[in-house]
Write a protein that binds this ligand. Structure first.
Ligand code: CO
Length: 654
């Protein structure tokens, strides 16, 4: 199996020459170039267009089912394109097989995601603007080359002069010397509003001067004079190589199989997830996220950023480093994306695949016979990390030997900082260093899960636990029981977690039963839920409506992809989950999409600065009546021969 891993070409594009690509493999560099050429050669478009996103138009469930019958699936792409000097987005479908545009729609008010290539351009125009220079001079800043301007999305606040714009609203910091952590030195009170397409500053707001905190707080090793003594090496040794087999983008491991996808917006996507050849999820992704900040002060009320819908986690994905980001025996997948101007943007080592020890999976000691059975568990990990401005978002999908799928988001990087009078932080923030504060905020994530538990035809059941209220049935006061209620339609399936009833949800297949005669299922336990503090009718509340519930369920529609809407920049809140459920489609025994909203409630700590240790949020999909018994029961017993007693000479020399 090691050979197979290494036989898989490092560049996905090369695999096209070796054998047909899996129908769910992301577009390779050649396909992305072909899409650009088809659009530029088309008389209706031409070479002047810019490319927001180009991605695989994933085949429908029916088309995928035909693959197993031996039919090839034509490769198609979605392309969103725009012009530098005109509003709107053209949303195209391109047939790669026939080399033609097969569908096109013009969306006059839609705005593209803020493109990576625009970040530094926005900084450049702001730093050169006389009003911004004057505002900096009022703060005794004269060397504009040391001013760092972060291009935040502008939201939609109805500010006069901003109507219909494709805008960025910026925040600024001061870098004191080369490589120094500028987030320690916020230039408080100045926000520029930039028309991104025109490359012009349309306004500079100055909310008043606040002293810039000048103490350095660095995280780079080059700035440290000493380090604590290092721990002794901890190596992951797999003398026979890892146990997964990667064939292009398809992977098998233990009793799991799935296909790994990727796009510029969501980053990692997982497809056709099966255990013991039984389908569980057709497609899983993190479809949107929003980070609302809780302060009304200065220009900070505008911070309500949709990092997936307004920037694209995929496009901001890191190239990972072996032995640093990833420990052990690692397989990487590279990804190819489009640039705005019509090139291919290659990210080397974008997706990390490896195994981790997962502690004991199960154990029992029979105290009468003194016999012990124990099995260690292991997990398959598929991950990627994106940097969005100051924050890092590290996404981990885990697959375990007891049939569980887990998603974990690790948020790290640098908190967004602002300046305050030392000792007098805002009501809405924490002072993390003298004169430096982080505002209260949340990171709300929305996973989109096309469920297929044991095949098509699923329903969602809500489970709640109650104490027995009937005293006649509960003479000792101990009785409690669980109820199950089918969520029959989309309106009924907008639900919130409830710790008082230990609420969770179960996706069942009413057409398949286990050996007790009950429908097979997978449960979703909401472990990291948030209360949204955005007022529902407020500018950010309207656009973040998906945050109001922790569960949404919709009837499967491949065009309903993003819970906030497809075009999030300056959006009105239309085109998202509340529109999807407006028809109140029936959800019983059908093709379902489960949307789970979870996240991190973040009142910054002093420990989150100058760089934040990973804080985590996620969810688990756990088999519940899916298997007839513990799915790890057939793991063979074994003893890890490399394990040693601490204190023995081999491990404690020196
Ligand atoms: Co945070």
């Amino acid at each position: 199996m090691d050979d197979l891993i290494h036989a898989a070409p490092a560049t996905p594009g090369l695999s096209a020459r070796v054998k047909p690509r899996h129908p769910l493999s992301p577009l390779d560099a050649g396909e992305i170039r072909a899409v650009m050429a088809i659009i530029r050669d088309d008389a209706a478009f031409g070479p002047g267009f810019l490319f927001e996103t180009i991605e695989l138009k994933e085949p429908t469930h029916d088309a995928l089912a035909a693959v197993t019958a031996g039919h090839a699936v034509p490769r198609e792409a979605r392309a969103n394109i725009f012009l530098g000097d005109k509003p709107g987005i053209w949303r195209l479908t391109v047939s790669l097989s026939d080399r033609v545009i097969t569908a096109s729609a013009f969306l006059a008010t839609a705005k593209p995601m803020i493109q990576l290539e625009q970040f530094l351009a926005i900084e450049g125009v702001v730093r050169a603007h006389p009003d911004f220079i004057a505002a900096c001079a009022r703060r005794c800043i004269t060397d504009m080359s040391m001013v760092c301007v972060d291009p935040w999305s502008a939201g939609n606040f109805g500010v006069p002069g901003e109507e219909g714009g494709y805008l960025s609203h910026t925040f600024s910091w001061l870098r004191l010397r080369r490589d120094e952590n500028f987030y320690a030195h916020p230039i408080e009170g100045i926000n520029a509003v930039v028309d991104i397409k025109a490359g012009k500053v349309i306004r500079v707001d100055d909310y008043g001067v606040m002293p810039i905190p000048m103490a350095e707080f660095n995280y780079e090793a080059q700035f440290r004079e000493s380090f604590r003594p290092s721990l002794k090496p901890l190596d992951i040794i797999q003398p026979e190589g890892p146990s997964f087999v990667l064939d292009g983008h398809a992977i098998t491991w233990d009793n799991w199989s799935l296909v790994i996808g990727f796009n510029a917006r969501e980053g990692l996507t997982l497809h056709d997830i099966r255990v013991d050849h039984r389908p569980i999820v057709n497609r899983a992704s993190l479809a949107e996220m929003v980070v609302p900040y809780g302060t009304p002060e200065g220009g900070h009320f505008r911070k309500n950023v949709f990092d997936i819908g307004e920037y694209g986690l995929g496009k901001l994905t890191n190239s990972l480093e072996l032995g640093c980001d990833c420990l052990g025996h690692i397989a990487y997948l590279d990804v190819d994306l489009n640039t705005m101007t019509g090139d291919v943007f290659h990210i080397d080592k974008a997706i990390c695949i490896h195994e981790e020890d997962d502690g004991i999976l199960w154990k029992h000691w029979d105290f009468r016979t003194e016999r012990t059975e124990v099995r260690r568990g292991r997990k398959l990990v598929i991950s990627s990390i994106a940097t969005v401005g100051n924050y890092e978002y590290a996404s981990y999908w885990y697959f375990t030997q007891d049939g569980m799928i887990e998603f974990e988001m690790k948020a790290t990087g640098i908190i967004n900082t602002s300046a305050c009078v030392p000792g007098q932080p805002s009501k809405y923030g924490t002072e993390v260093a003298p004169g430096l504060q982080g505002h209260i905020h949340q990171h709300a994530f929305c996973a989109r899960l096309e469920m297929a538990v044991d095949g098509p035809g699923n329903s969602v059941v809500e489970c709640n636990t109650f104490a027995e209220e009937d005293d006649a049935k509960n003479p000792y006061g101990n009785a409690f029981y669980q109820t199950e209620t089918v969520l029959e339609s989309e309106q009924a399936a907008g639900r919130r977690a409830n710790p008082q009833t230990q609420r969770f949800w179960k996706v069942i297949n009413p057409n398949k039963t286990n050996h007790t005669g009950k429908p097979v299922g997978y449960k979703l336990y909401p472990e990291h839920v948030l209360t949204s503090y955005l007022k529902p009718g407020s500018p950010s509340g309207i656009r973040s409506a998906f945050m109001t519930n922790h569960l949404w369920v919709t009837k499967y529609d491949p065009e309903e992809r993003y819970p906030g809407g497809e075009f999030m920049n300056h959006s009105t809140g239309a085109g998202g989950i509340t529109d999807f459920i407006s028809h109140d489609r029936k959800l019983v025994n059908t093709d379902l999409v489960v949307w789970h909203v979870f996240g991190l409630h973040h009142q910054p700590r002093t420990e989150d600065f100058p760089v934040q240790p990973c804080i985590k949020a996620g969810f688990k999909l756990m088999p519940s009546g899916f298997f007839d018994q513990n799915p790890g029961i057939d793991l063979a017993p074994g003893v890890n021969k490399a394990s040693k007693l601490a204190g023995s000479s081999s491990c404690c020399a020196g």
